[in-house]
Design a protein around this ligand. Structure first.
Ligand code: ZN
Length: 278
């Protein structure tokens, strides 16, 4: 498994890349969005971003803004959104990303029925999936909650668009989520990326691992038995220590405590181990 962290677009991107590097993450999942990580910012600061990533040997994945609809009932509005998606694809490509995730948001049923939402999503994803492929990107769709597509609706989508999936374990654990096991059972190898965070089993809290009610040990065991790839820790807290703790916790759950401690000993030259300073 390869472990990454996602930037908060309201904070400086380069500072956060340094932070992830210091915490020994394997990659940064860069969400290319308003206000401080828009495509224009990435284009302008490409060299500095790539320098920061390479100074820690960090890989790159990318994520698209959550407020971009994929199934707007007004065709011209969806076309304009798709053009913004493609702009973000190009920014992701500049940073060397190969996987890019988008959300499966749908509009409220008072505006659009679920059936027509899925139909509209299929037609825009046909276009977006092809555009992404042409840029060398694997476009992945992420599960959210009841406001997004259900397992059944994802099955309808995948019967028409042969794209991969980002399985968000935290979202699957919310009150209206359908559970990690059911997603893995339904989609197996189509899952090509994972997001992990904890919650209280009701809302989408994005808590550090162990701070909520998820059985994190069991979730990681389940993942390990069916998946081996990138896992992004989506811990939303202003205090980076929670992210660092979650990274250590996940590493121990994946590899055991001995290997975790042994690996730490390879990371720092003598006298530069931050654990000795605290
Ligand atoms: Zn997620």
């Amino acid at each position: 498994m390869i472990i990454g962290a996602m930037n908060n677009p309201h904070k400086g991107l380069i500072e956060q890349i340094h932070l992830f590097g210091e915490m020994n993450f394997d990659y940064a999942e860069i969400t290319i969005e308003n206000p401080h990580a828009r495509p224009e910012y990435v284009e302008k600061h490409k060299k500095d971003i790539l320098d920061a990533l390479s100074s820690y040997n960090l890989g790159t994945l990318a994520h698209l803004p959550w407020y971009f609809s994929i199934a707007h009932p007004y065709e011209r509005i969806q076309k304009a959104i798709n053009a913004e998606f493609v702009h973000a694809f190009k920014a992701a490509q500049l940073l060397g990303a190969k996987k890019i995730t988008l959300h499966s948001e749908t509009l409220s049923p008072s505006i659009q029925s679920r059936e027509s939402g899925v139909k509209n999503a299929i037609s825009s994803l046909k276009v977006l999936h092809r555009e992404a492929m042409n840029l060398g990107l694997d476009l992945l769709i992420e599960n959210l909650d009841a406001k997004s597509m259900s397992i059944k609706e994802f099955q309808t989508l995948f019967s028409e668009v042969d794209m991969g999936m980002t399985l968000d374990v935290g979202h699957a654990h919310t009150a209206k989520g359908e559970g990690l096991d059911n997603y893995l059972k339904a989609f197996g190898p189509r899952v090509r990326h994972v997001h992990l965070h904890d919650n209280m089993g009701v809302n989408d809290d994005h808590l550090p691992l162990g701070a909520g009610k998820m059985d994190v040990k069991k979730a990681v065991e389940t993942l390990k038995s069916k998946y081996d790839g990138t896992i992004t820790l989506e811990v939303h807290s202003d205090d980076p220590h929670y992210l660092e703790y979650s990274r250590q916790r996940l590493d121990i759950l994946l590899h055991g405590k001995k290997r975790h401690l042994d690996d730490q000993n390879y990371l720092y030259p003598p006298g530069q181990d931050p654990r000795q300073k605290e």
